[in-house]
Design a protein around this ligand. Structure first.
Ligand code: T46
Length: 139
């Protein structure tokens, strides 16, 4: 996979009669202490979101209903990840450009984040991202 990304397989406690439950625990299935949780929904299927990177932030994205495609990229590499199961998480670490696209009408994208919201951690310009990311991945 793209550097600083990986799939996290989450375990569901499933019951034929009562359905399923997935528990998310910081520093366990989620590989950092969770400081923030948010969710994205109601995105029209022809709209995209994201188009940015983060300097430090780590996040895990889980599509708990419906489906969405996440395009993750670093300088010279790109991959599309289909999130279509509440038991599939996508870890995205620092310095990865991400775009979310192809939201299904019922998509709810849950995101667990390692830090509180901080606009200063965002890199929103792709040209400046490429410059910074090339240095970062050369380390
Ligand atoms: C990411 C992807 C997966 C807040 O006030 N608090 C928050 O915690 C967040 C995440 C956003 N906001 C505000 C900032 C903007 O005014 O909500 C508005 C929409 O944020 P943004 O355009 O950054 O949303 P997305 O969907 O493009 O990106 C979000 C996260 O910002 C980002 O970290 O990785 O989801």
């Amino acid at each position: 996979m793209i550097s600083n990304t990986r799939i996290i397989d989450l375990t569901a406690c499933s019951d034929d009669k009562f359905g399923s439950l997935v528990a998310l625990e910081g520093d366990k299935s989620i590989p950092f202490q969770v400081r923030r949780v948010y969710y994205i929904y109601g995105v029209p299927g022809d709209e995209t979101r994201g188009h940015h990177s983060h300097n430090e932030l780590e996040q895990v994205l889980i599509c708990v209903s419906g489906s969405v495609t996440i395009v993750v990229s670093t300088p010279g590499a790109e991959e599309e990840v289909l999130l279509d199961s509440p038991t599939k998480g996508l870890y995205i670490g620092p310095m990865v450009w991400r775009v979310m696209k192809d939201f299904s009408h019922d998509a709810v994208l849950l995101v667990l984040a390692s830090e509180y919201f901080d606009e200063k951690d965002y890199i929103r310009g792709h040209d400046s991202y490429i410059v910074k990311a090339k240095k970062y991945f050369q380390k």
